[in-house]
Ligand binder design. Structure first.
Ligand SMILES: Cc1ncc(COP(=O)(O)O)c(C=O)c1O
Length: 369
């Protein structure tokens, strides 16, 4: 089976983790600090704050902007549930807007209508490795005095022109094992705003600047030096791994037939955390690929507003036509850098054979939204 993801651990990871263990560097310390500095430099911002996960990075970034009870944050329902959950954790309410059918990202033209006097922030999600339309979002945010917390959990190294994901407002990254780089579990906030970074650090450490003097109610959202050691070995490999993902994606773009391949906006560097296609009879498609030895994933089969906790909060009857359509049609095929050229040829052959059997996505179904 060609798997949908395969985290790669080499001698560099082993060596760094082992040396951290030998040095007794177990909790947050010098390795975390070093990863923060290197990641900030890579993204192109002055500040980075490491966290225990992408979810805690999102939560902390919102808190750092002062988002809380009674506030609203505009985001999308077509994402991993952590984006919206992080808003709930602060006591604020997510306000969902639909996504674009071709990029899968927030439809910036819908954002303004969702803004109310209670709106505090916009959370665009740079899904699958393509940055959301951050210039447009940032123009709206500036006009309304709103914060931007970009969910960049899938877009390490992605860029619009020469500006990377994570440089608008606060960027939040996940280092979960399947991501383009990993620390095991872990996350990072990136920002140019020193106050936001300071506030995030304070809240990450139980509100403590001076040992056992607590200024505010905070959390333990720290990363450990053991995890940071994995990240320090992974980060230098991120550019070449992203390049390999892009090379594989270019082959899929050129060679796949009978499916809708992803659209990349001009001037955008997509880093293909996932290569996501839209297909006819998606669940049958997934099953046939599995029978033929090709792993795949459906991200995401149920939109956030129709997940049980959000239905309980009254979101269940909302309608987001593009999101609803995509949740029926999307599937992601292997694009990770461990694939050989032969694996890629196998995936192309199997996808094309399956698409020919199941029929192309009807033009009407593709644009139903
Ligand atoms: C879009 C998105 N947001 C948030 C997260 C949460 O990250 P983590 O799993 O590290 O908490 C993830 C990763 O799973 C994600 O893909």
């Amino acid at each position: 089976m060609i798997p949908i993801a395969r985290p790669q651990m080499g001698p560099e990871e082993k060596e760094l983790v082992w040396s951290a263990l030998e040095a007794g560097a177990l909790a947050q310390g010098a390795r975390v600090h070093e990863l923060e500095e290197r990641f900030a430099e890579f993204i192109g911002v002055p500040h980075a704050v490491a966290t225990s996960s992408g979810t805690t990075a999102l939560h902390l970034a919102l808190l750092a902007y002062g988002v809380g009870e009674g506030d609203e944050v505009v985001t999308v329902p077509f994402t991993f549930i952590a984006s919206a959950n992080s808003i709930l954790y602060t006591g604020a309410r997510p306000v969902f807007v639909d996504v674009e059918a071709d990029t899968f990202n927030i439809d910036a033209s819908l954002v303004e209508a969702a803004i109310t006097p209670r709106t505090k922030a916009i959370m665009p999600v740079s899904l699958y490795g393509q940055p959301a339309d951050l210039p447009a979002i940032s123009e709206i945010a500036e006009r309304h005095g709103l914060a931007i917390v970009e969910d960049a959990c899938q877009s390490h190294g992605a860029a619009i022109g020469d500006r990377r994901s994570g440089t608008w407002g606060a960027g939040t990254f996940s280092f979960y094992p399947t991501k383009n780089m990993t620390t095991g579990e872990g996350g990072m906030i990136t920002t140019a705003d020193a106050e936001v970074a300071d506030r995030a650090r304070l809240l990450r450490e139980h509100g403590m600047k001076v040992r056992y003097h607590h200024d505010v109610t905070g959390y333990n959202f720290r990363m450990s030096d053991i995890h940071a050691s994995i990240g320090l070995a992974q980060l230098p490999k991120l550019p070449s791994n992203n390049a390999r993902r892009r090379e594989i994606a270019a082959r899929y773009d050129a060679e796949l037939r009978g499916v809708i391949t992803p659209t990349v906006r001009p001037g955008v560097t997509h880093v293909y955390h996932q290569y996501t296609i839209r297909v006819n009879r998606r669940d049958d498609f997934v099953e046939r690929l599995r029978e033929r030895g090709v792993g795949s994933g459906v991200y995401y089969p149920i939109p956030v507003h129709r997940q049980t906790p959000f239905v309980a909060l009254g979101y269940g009857d909302l309608r987001f036509p593009v999101t609803d359509l995509l949740t029926e049609q999307v599937m992601s095929i292997p694009v990770h850098p461990a694939l050989t050229d032969g694996d890629v040829s196998t995936v192309v052959a199997v996808v094309n054979e399956t698409a020919a059997e199941l029929g192309p996505l009807a033009a009407e179904a593709a644009v139903r939204a």
